[in-house]
Design a protein around this ligand. Structure first.
Ligand SMILES: [Zn+2]
Length: 168
């Protein structure tokens, strides 16, 4: 597009912080955590600015830019992939799985807010308990299948935070 957009994109990339091969945007984000920046007349999606500046093409409203690295704040063009909005919605509904620790953490927090169920606390209790699954179910009302999944590290895996055990 215009040289303006290129200048904005260059300035944005200059501010980004390298993390692996991701370029992490340290600036403003929208409520979803996606990078936004002032693009002359209004704030715009950081991804769209970079994509349009690099390719010189204008994105349609229905176009979405996905990050193949699944990092929300990444602005590395090499990690961008253009997709149609309807395809994105299909993808999002299909994959309810945790594909990265950050995403897993987000989902856990969202789940806790939605249900009031504090999985972290339950997991800490199960891990510190010497009781069997049957006994835990009887005493604490935590289902055996959940106990087993926590103990195998499938559900609510322990974080590497050294203070995790002291939280409750
Ligand atoms: Zn990336």
């Amino acid at each position: 597009m215009t040289t303006d957009l290129k200048t904005i994109a260059d300035r944005m990339l200059a501010r980004c912080v390298e993390e692996g091969d991701c370029l992490i945007w340290p600036g403003a984000t929208n409520p979803k955590g996606l990078p936004v920046a002032w693009a002359g007349r209004a704030t715009a999606s950081g991804r769209r600015i970079i994509w349009e500046a690099v390719t010189g093409k204008e994105l349609q409203l229905a176009d979405c830019i996905l990050m193949t690295c699944e990092c929300v704040r990444c602005l590395n063009f090499a990690h961008m992939c253009k997709a149609d909005r309807s395809a994105v919605i299909k993808l999002a509904t299909k994959s309810g799985t945790h594909r990265s620790p950050a995403r897993g953490q987000k989902l856990r927090e969202a789940y806790k807010t939605r249900t009031g169920y504090d999985g972290e606390a339950v997991a800490a209790l199960v891990r510190s308990s010497t009781l069997t699954g049957v006994e835990i179910e009887r005493q604490h009302g935590i289902r055996q299948s959940v106990v087993s999944r926590i103990r195998r590290g499938v559900a609510w895996p322990e974080k590497t935070n050294p203070f995790a055990g002291l939280a409750r």
